[in-house]
Ligand binder design. Structure first.
Ligand SMILES: *Cc1c(COP(=O)(O)O)cnc(C)c1O
Length: 370
């Protein structure tokens, strides 16, 4: 391999993580790091502080990083936060809400699953009536942007309910944190979970949890797993200045630090959000022009990922579309719904409205129109 001529990516990933990253994010991985050396641990501490700042900069909050994909951080949180005599209400409307219920099932955590269906938007009044009829609920959990459909859920309304009923609130903001402005305290979240390879535009390898310090401090001894013990992981990072308990994904962490710098250079979360929105507007206008229909009405859509109905194009299969687009430089995402035939196009990553215009041309070609 000629290292002076590292290849360009053969295609853009229009998938909601892993996603297309910049060459500069990839380039900083070309060096090895010692996990206990101060130089590396300073990077970790800086990342932890910047994550709290991105969530609204409040002294009441802290953050902890966890090895693995995003699901590992969700599992670490659910398994470390709910005490043995606790009970969790999970509000779901798609695959990732269901996954939280799968995790609590495996961990044998008493759970109430309130399922609004894949295209249903959670209704705060229904949540409240479940809370009133089940006073033994101690915790609540919900997904912010349900990546199954791209739906943006009313976390602030549900957070208010959690507050007024005295419940601990866990938010899976995996696919939205860094791409949609949010303030953890006005969300009413005690724990907010995301990962390296979504809107911060890093590479996959770890997740992170931004937590209300007092809520996390109460979690000692609750974990149902050794390696996924959120409290112990946090305590080690606090006590040893950024050291992880077990081998950390050093290259990924370094890439994430660079990705955070690039988020700042872009103008922060507001500017990134505006770019993702512009991507989505360009995409939706182009696809609708070709006769495609979005799964969700505009009011429910997030600028993260857009689901289109395949049925709006009789005769076009996902496989044909996928293969044709890939040969023209775009990788898209299959649908994940059980009730409708969809495909999804991510708007996030190092991707711009011009890319969306080119994508729409490629879709037109795949349909045999050009
Ligand atoms: C990506 C994602 C996850 C985590 O998925 P992993 O494959 O484990 O990284 C969890 N929740 C949501 C909403 C997501 O978009």
């Amino acid at each position: 391999m000629n290292l002076d001529q590292l290849p360009e990516n053969p295609y853009l990933l229009l998938t909601p993580g892993p996603l297309s990253t910049t060459r500069s994010v990839k380039a900083v991985m070309l060096r090895d790091w010692c996990t206990w050396d101060e130089e590396y641990n300073v990077i970790v501490q800086t990342i932890r502080a910047e994550l709290v700042a991105l969530a609204g900069e409040s002294a009441d909050y802290t953050s902890v990083l966890m090895q693995g994909s995003g699901t590992f951080s969700v599992e670490a949180t659910l398994g470390s936060v709910v005490p043995e005599d606790g009970k969790i209400l999970i509000i779901a409307n798609g695959h990732y809400g269901d996954r939280m219920a799968l995790i609590t099932h495996v961990l044998r955590i008493p759970t109430i699953l309130l399922d609004f269906g894949e295209v249903g938007r959670p209704v705060p009044e229904s949540v409240e009536s479940v809370l009133e009829s089940h006073p033994d609920v101690t915790h609540m959990a919900m997904v912010h942007c349900e990546t199954t459909t791209g739906m943006l859920n009313p976390v602030e309304d549900v957070g208010r309910l959690a507050r007024s009923h005295g419940k601990t609130f866990i938010v899976d903001a995996m696919s939205s944190f860094g791409g949609i402005p949010m303030d953890i305290s006005s969300m009413g979240a005690d724990f907010l979970i995301s990962s390296a390879n979504k809107c911060i535009q890093g590479v996959p390898g770890f997740g992170f949890v931004i937590a209300r310090r007092a809520a996390l401090e109460a979690c000692e001894g609750r974990a149902r797993s050794l390696s996924l013990d959120l409290f112990q992981q946090w305590r080690e990072m606090e006590a040893k200045g950024g050291k992880w308990r077990f081998t950390s994904p050093t290259h990924v962490v370094r890439a994430f630090a660079q990705a955070l710098r690039e988020l700042d250079e872009e103008g922060g979360v507001e500017a990134r959000h505006a770019r993702y929105q512009a991507n989505q507007r360009t995409l939706v206008a182009g696809m609708e022009g070709l006769g495609f229909h979005c799964l969700l009405p505009e009011v429910c859509r997030s600028p993260i990922i857009t689901a289109f109905l395949l049925a709006s194009q009789p005769g076009l299969s996902f496989k044909t579309l996928y293969t044709s687009l890939k040969s023209r430089g775009f990788v898209i995402y299959p649908g994940k719904m059980t009730t409708a035939d969809t495909f999804r196009i991510g708007n996030i990553g190092d991707v711009y409205p011009e890319d969306m215009q080119k994508l729409v041309k490629a879709v037109e070609h795949a349909m045999g129109r050009k």
